[in-house]
Design a protein around this ligand. Sequence first.
Ligand code: SF4
Ligand code: F3S
Length: 106
Amino acid sequence: AFVVTDNCIQCKYTDCVEVCPVDCFYEGPNFLVINPDECIDCVLCEPECPADAIYSEDELPNAMQHFVELNETLAQIWPNITECKAPLPEAAEWDGVPDKLPKLVR
Ligand code: SF4
Ligand code: F3S
């Protein structure tokens, strides 16, 4: 499956949602996740993310392994999102800031 990682937090551009053929993105207040049981590894979302926050689980850097479980867990709790919307207001300022996980709102 593909995994949404740290740099989505506080940005949430949502370009990824628009291209997913199986609508497997789930939305929290300042982050999106992918439901790994629904993702069919089509690869379409990865290049769409302006924040480069999406990785194939196979290519996920070691330092981001904890995002696998986080995507799995939050996809069970958060509502489905199927249409692109405006990014968070301070997306440009937060894009590229390292280690945003403490800012995650569940
Ligand atoms: Fe959806 Fe394809 Fe991305 Fe999986 S890889 S989340 S199926 S767009
Ligand atoms: Fe997040 Fe990138 Fe999608 S910032 S909402 S993973 S386009």
